[in-house]
Design a protein. Sequence first.
Length: 216
Amino acid sequence: MTEEQTDPVVVDDERSRQVLGLAWGVVARFAEMLADQGELRGLIGPRELPRLWTRHVLNSAAVARFLPSEGSLADVGSGAGLPGIVLAAMRPELEVHLIEPMERRVAWLGEVRDELDLDNVRLHHCRAEELHGQLEVTAVTARAVAALDKLARMTMPLVAPGGSLLAQKGRRADDEVQKADRVFARLGVSRVVVHEVDLLGDGEITRVVEASRVNA
């Protein structure tokens, strides 16, 4: 942790606990690890430290409500573990595959998995495209990875029939969906919905693009 950061990393309030449920303690420990080592290991920038909890860690939970009730999940471009680690803690019944091409980030994810005892997490040191035809999951998540048309080509081949891509996007989510329309059609996507999630009830909107594949 940098010397300049004096505010607590974890915001322990009722809303955060409602969002995270039984996973609150595990996610809080993850946030502390990320604050302590994230900047040093090139996982987050120094400007992100004061807003690490709300903007990054807690924000990762916005996807949770759209996850399947059972099955498997792949988080593409996991990086620091956002949202993959948070979702693995929240949904221990899901098998969670963290896909990350950078070796030092995979090492970090392994340390986090072991420290938090997340036995539902599997690590893949590769690009998502290298798993096409080898890994099939119920849902794929991605946060700040690529524009939606490119992201669809990377991830939809990993999605099982009836499954979905859940991508966290910014204010231009609708524009990205429109630009990716033809790509989605070629990849067998039958429905695309942009969900606006007000996670804490404070007016801050997180957009989750849900792109669902046709059932077999």
